[in-house]
Design a protein around this ligand. Structure first.
Ligand SMILES: O=C(O)CCC(=O)C(=O)O
Ligand SMILES: [Fe+2]
Length: 323
């Protein structure tokens, strides 16, 4: 076996078909899927997932909901702003890349619905904010989006299992993943990018260069290009093909820390040069708020001796990237 360091030419975003794993996770085809995912996460930290079992009609309903929402008036959207991770986020509210202008995108966050929750609410656990049914009927927004949320959330737990299986022969204790997936902070975010106003002005970005905060992200794209991943070895941006049938799955900072970089959280950005409007819907699995983020290997390989909870980590990342 050669060096474990990935070669530069291995930096790619492969497409991986999950169907054999879903049919029988103990089959030999399923082990191939586990290995393909492990390898992708150890190199670019990104892959596209097909055969994931999420219905095309549900995905289309989620995009239709996003289009309807972003078309309502500016004032009506602003009335639906909320705490971090909930409701409407105005254009330019997030500022991900120092040295660039604020992100040219608007968004709408939906978190896990918590039955019977009463105040005071912990951060990221506030009730969702919904447009009044007179503005957008529940059948066109709230209901399909909650359905969509549950489906992608279930898929994210399956991917966490696969990522744990991929580490079976390492010294990482992945038993914490079950706790992490219990009552997690997680959200879907409807995103709308207007056409890029001036492709010659490189201070303008749709989503500035960043790494994701949580464990994994499952992103649905609308077929418009714009997402790029940074190959740090060559300092080149790799375009991610906008496939409507696939989820772009990527590793976030928590998993990178847990695995000492065995799974990589890679810098990415969006520049909407598609010429038209671009919509995307990321799902972020950020985990149980009380879970600790530190190396799961033996010894304190982070060297700092510091540990953070999911909640502390999320609060500090939101504070750093929101105006
Ligand atoms: O819109 C996209 O394609 C990616 C968005 C993204 O990277 C994020 O929200 O973290
Ligand atoms: Fe991201």
């Amino acid at each position: 076996m050669g060096s474990l360091e990935p070669l530069q030419r291995d930096f790619e975003v492969p497409t991986i078909d999950l169907s054999s794993y879903l049919q029988d996770p103990d089959s030999s085809q399923a082990s191939t899927v586990v290995e393909q995912i492990r390898k992708a996460c150890a190199t670019s930290g990104f892959f596209q997932l097909t055969g994931h079992g999420i219905q095309k009609t549900l995905q289309q309903q989620a995009f239709a909901a996003a289009r309807t929402f972003f078309n309502i008036s500016d004032q009506e959207k602003r009335n639906l702003c909320g705490k971090p991770g909930r409701g409407y986020e105005v254009m330019g509210k997030q500022f991900l890349e120092p040295g660039k202008q604020p992100d040219l995108k608007e968004g709408f966050f939906i978190g896990r619905e918590i039955e019977g929750a009463t105040p005071p609410f912990r951060p990221f656990q506030e009730p969702n904010i919904w447009p009044s049914p007179d503005l957008i009927p529940e059948s066109q927004f709230k209901l399909p989006l909650l359905d969509y949320y549950r489906s992608v959330s279930d898929l994210s737990f399956i991917i966490m299992k696969i990522l744990a299986s991929g580490l079976e022969h390492s010294n990482f204790d992945t038993s914490v993943f079950a706790e992490f997936c219990h009552e997690p902070i997680s959200s879907i975010r409807l995103l709308h990018y207007p056409p890029h106003p001036d492709t010659k002005d490189d201070s303008l970005v749709g989503t500035g260069a960043h790494t994701d905060f949580g464990a994994i992200t499952l992103l649905l794209q609308d077929g418009n290009s714009g997402l790029q991943v940074l190959n740090q070895a060559t300092n080149e941006w790799l375009d991610v093909e906008p496939r409507e049938d696939a989820y772009v799955v990527n590793i976030g900072d928590m998993l990178d820390v847990w695995t000492n970089g065995a799974y990589k959280s890679t810098v990415h950005r969006v520049i909407n040069t598609s010429g038209g409007e671009r919509y995307s819907i990321p799902f972020f699995l950020d985990g149980n708020p009380d879970c600790t983020i530190k190396s799961l290997g033996t010894g304190d390989s982070m060297g700092t001796g510091k540990t953070y909870t999911v909640e502390q980590h999320m609060l500090s990342r939101y504070a750093a990237s929101y105006k």
